[in-house]
Structures are given as structure tokens and as C-alpha cells.
Write a protein that binds this ligand. Structure first.
Ligand code: ATP
Ligand code: MG
Length: 462
């Protein structure tokens, strides 16, 4: 293998002051014990571009068992990919992996796809630093920071691609994507989050091999689907997944609703933009809320298609089963998440109409999915401009409630329902469940809400 490009400390911006102190401890202890100790992967990429890394991974020539011996507070994990976790206070961990190389196809068990089948099934062959660099996915992810010299070591042209804002696979994209199709999702995600462009070869290889994603384990794919939503770059990532045809393979029902001519416009895209905006402001949304965002377009479509736009509670429950169950199975969503997702979507419709003072609402606030419903209503309201008062009222209530009530707890004592909490805007669930872009429908008669006792605000016209 050719020599790497070495960028000495004076010529790159990575200072030890930016490296997590616990990761530094790990690097130094490995180094003092005579091993190579590098910062690897995303942290080097992020530090070189002035971003804050999510985590600091360490690469070394020490074997997992050596690492285990060196750090009392560590354990060896993984089957497909054995590595050591060094644990620190507060649940923090530093991942230490031994340099490895791309598995030799000759060693691999033959896959079900015959000779063409390049899918990697095991990944435990140790190797040199150079081999470890080239087994990584993209050049910008193949850089090392060496604690012995404070230099950046570049075996793959990653520094240049970082400067040019390019996403390039290490080696032939066709092969790298067939070895591990999840890399196609990652290519789009890195392009979206860094605002880099994929090389034409990478882009073409994704379009060409997009069907391969169906071979990947669904929990991995689902993780990739959630990750950009959790981290605040959902909109640009979903856009690239949709444009390249990947989303159509991963989640055809969603692509059918939000892709094609409507890509980039419409409720779903506004919801993603809002989700990203909130994440950017430091708000953390639960996975159930994020899944709700993804499933809302499907639910709206089903309501439009099968109910002519109007839906009662009974029908809505049935539609939720129909819409969510098959996709949830395909995506291997955990049962608890499916439950919260369905109940959250259902309840979102109810709380747009219910007033917090209603007895039914009092029961709702004790439910685990209640925050999901409020979160979804809040996002929906911000994205659509509708139900702002209702959303604000419920958010307020959730904030002031401030805690999850214990089962059986009398909530009248715990959570106040003053008159001022009553939403100003009063609209039925039917309308809530109609997205902005729904075709206009004929109404037989204007819907009138029945008013009971403490319903309306004083002086408000019916
Ligand atoms: P993030 O900020 O999202 O954590 P990251 O680059 O650190 O970005 P990880 O998923 O944490 O991404 O992976 C760490 C490193 O492992 C990557 O930088 C890359 O070098 C390597 N890697 C991860 N996934 C793959 C893959 N599917 N194929 C090859 N290398 C991979
Ligand atoms: Mg990482």
C-alpha cells in the first residue's frame, strides 16, 4: 500500500482541548502501554470541519482482550464486530476497536445470492491501520488522528474531499454498496447533514443498486430512518433518499405519498422542517413522535382514500391498524413503539377537539402516549398553521403537569384545569385529520358543534 498523507499538528486544527477528556485518557493509556492509539471515524471528520462530534471512537492495534485487561472499567461486546467499550461516569462510553481489514471474500460463507453476492456477513479479521482505513465507507470517514504525534493520517484522500465538500466511497461505489447497502443511506445522510455533494459515481451507484437495500437487516435500516430525524437533518436527508429512489425501496407507501411531483412541498416536508428546526433549538423529540411524523402522511392518505375525508373514532382505529401494522412489521418496530405510535396518532385527533377540562381528557393525561399526541399536535400545528391555540394549551398543560402521574393517582389534585386552558379554537377531529393538500370535498351541511355547559368561552359566537 502506498504511503499515507501525514498532516502534522501545525497544519490542522485538531487540538486536544476539543477531544473528550475520557477519550483522551483511553488514547494515552493505550499509547503508554505500547499500542497504536488513534482517534478514528466521525470524530476526526467533525473536528477537522469545526463540528462537535457525537462520539469519540478509538482505533488501536491492541486486541479486544488486551483492551479489556488494560481498562478495568471495560467490556468486550459484539459478534459481527467485536470491540471493547470503556465505561466512564454518567454512562459515558468510549468505543475501542481493533484495526481490521475488509473480510476476504474467499473466507466468507457463500451467501444466498450466489457468486454476485458481496454482502458482508462477518467483519472480524484484524488488520493494519492502512487496511482499517480502506475498509471504512467514505473517504471523509477514513481519517485517523494519532495521539503519539498529534498528526492526522490520511490513507484515503479524505482531507482533500473534506476540503472539496465531497462524499466519495473508498473504492468502487458499486462494490462498496453491494457489500453493505446501508452505506447508500449513509451517503445521502452525510451529503445532507454536511451539505456536501456525492460524486457522480456514488449517486449513479445508488440509483443503480437501490434495490439492494432490501437485503439489509430491517432494524439497521430503521435506525438509519430515525437517526437524521433525531439529529435535526431529517428534511434534506429524506429528500435525497426520495430523489435517489432509495426511499421507494425502503418505504414504498411513504414515497408514494411524499415523492414525485410533491417532493419538497406539502405537509410532510413542512413537518420535517419543523422537526429539524426544533432539534436545532435543542428540543428532543421522542422516537414515537418522530415515527408519528413519518406515518401521518400515510394516515391522511388512507383517510382520504377510504373514508372520503371524514372519519369517526371507530373507523380511525381501523385505519390505523391498516396503515401502521404492515409497515411496522416490515420495519421491525418494537411493540411498545407501535402502541405509542398508534395511540399517539389517534389521540392527537381527539385532543384537538377535547378541552383539557373534560373528564375524558383527564384520563388521557395519565397515558404514556399522551406526550406523543401533544408533540404531534404541536408539530402539526406549527407546520400547518392550524390548531395553534389547542396545541399551545396542551403543551402548556404537559409542561405544567411536569411529571408522569402514578397509576391511579387523582389527577385533579396534580394537574389544574383552569378555565383559561380551554382552547379558543374549536374544531372537530375530522378537520384535523384532513391535511392542507387534501382535495376539496363537498359538505352536505356545515358541521355544528354541540355545546355543553362549560364548553364555549363567554361571549363567543356559536
Ligand atoms: P456520526 O456522527 O453519525 O456518529 P460517524 O462517521 O461516526 O458519524 P458511525 O456510524 O458512528 O458514523 O461510524 C463510525 C465510523 O465507522 C465511520 O466514520 C466509518 O469510518 C465507519 N463505518 C460506519 N458504518 C460503516 C459501514 N456501514 N461501512 C464501513 N464503514 C463504516
Ligand atoms: Mg460516530
Amino acid at each position: 500500500m502506498a504511503e499515507p498523507r501525514i498532516i502534522p499538528r501545525a497544519e490542522h486544527p485538531i487540538s486536544r482541548g476539543y477531544i473528550d477528556p475520557d477519550a483522551l485518557k483511553v488514547l494515552y493509556r493505550l499509547h503508554r502501554a505500547g499500542y497504536k492509539a488513534y482517534l478514528v471515524g466521525g470524530s476526526v471528520r467533525d473536528l477537522l470541519t469545526g463540528r462537535t462530534p457525537k462520539d469519540f471512537d478509538v482505533g488501536t492495534d491492541a486486541r479486544p482482550q488486551d483492551v479489556r485487561r488494560l481498562f478495568r472499567n471495560s467490556r468486550v461486546i459484539g459478534r459481527r464486530f467485536r470491540l471493547a467499550h470503556v465505561l466512564f461516569d454518567g454512562g459515558k462510553l468510549v468505543e475501542v476497536s481493533t484495526f481490521r481489514r475488509r473480510p476476504d471474500p474467499a473466507d466468507a460463507e457463500p451467501g444466498p445470492g450466489g457468486d454476485d453476492d458481496l454482502l458482508i456477513r462477518s467483519d472480524n479479521t484484524f488488520g493494519t491501520p492502512a487496511e482499517d482505513a480502506v475498509r471504512r465507507d467514505f473517504t471523509i470517514n477514513g481519517l485517523f488522528y494519532d495521539i503519539a504525534t498529534f498528526a492526522v493520517i490520511d490513507w484515503v484522500g479524505g482531507v482533500e474531499d473534506l476540503e472539496r465538500h465531497v462524499i466519495r466511497t473508498i473504492g468502487d461505489p458499486e462494490i462498496r454498496f453491494r457489500e453493505d447497502p446501508v452505506r447508500m443511506m449513509r451517503a445521502c445522510e452525510f451529503a445532507a447533514r454536511l451539505d456536501f455533494r456525492m460524486t457522480p459515481g456514488v449517486r449513479a451507484a445508488i440509483e443503480e443498486n437501490r434495490k439492494e437495500i432490501r437485503k439489509s437487516a430491517s432494524p439497521r435500516v430503521t435506525e438509519e430512518l430515525l437517526d437524521p430525524l433525531r439529529r435535526g437533518w431529517g428534511a434534506p436527508t429524506y429528500r435525497l433518499w426520495s430523489e435517489t429512489g432509495l426511499l421507494g425501496e425502503i418505504f414504498p407507501a411513504l414515497e408514494a405519498e411524499i415523492g414525485g411531483a410533491s417532493r419538497g412541498t406539502g405537509l410532510f416536508w413542512k413537518l420535517l422542517a419543523e422537526t429539524d428546526r426544533r432539534r436545532g433549538g435543542g428540543e428532543v423529540l421522542s422516537d414515537s413522535i418522530l415515527l408519528g411524523v413519518v406515518f401521518l402522511p400515510l394516515l391522511f392518505a388512507a383517510i382520504r382514500a377510504r373514508s372520503g375525508g371524514s372519519v369517526d373514532a371507530q373507523k380511525l382505529l381501523l385505519l390505523l391498524e391498516e396503515v401502521v401494522n404492515p409497515e411496522a412489521a416490515r420495519l421491525s418496530l418494537p411493540n411498545a413503539a407501535i402502541h405509542d405510535l398508534k395511540q399517539g396518532l389517534f389521540t392527537m385527533g381527539r385532543i384537538a377537539e377535547l378541552r383539557p377540562g373534560d373528564p375524558a381528557a383527564r384520563r388521557l393525561v395519565t397515558k404514556g402516549y399522551f406526550p406523543v399526541a401533544v408533540g404531534l399536535l404541536s408539530l402539526y400545528s406549527a407546520a400547518s398553521g392550524r390548531y395553534r391555540d389547542a396545541a399551545r394549551t396542551w403543551e402548556d398543560l404537559l409542561r405544567r403537569g411536569g411529571r408522569t402521574p402514578r397509576p391511579g393517582e387523582d389527577l385533579r389534585a396534580a394537574i389544574p384545569f383552569p378555565e383559561a386552558l380551554i382552547p379558543h379554537e374549536e374544531t372537530g377531529p375530522t378537520e384535523l385529520l384532513l391535511p392542507d393538500e387534501a382535495p376539496p370535498r363537498a359538505r352536505t351541511a356545515p358541521r355544528r358543534r354541540r355545546r355543553r355547559g362549560r364548553g364555549g368561552r363567554a361571549g363567543e359566537a356559536a
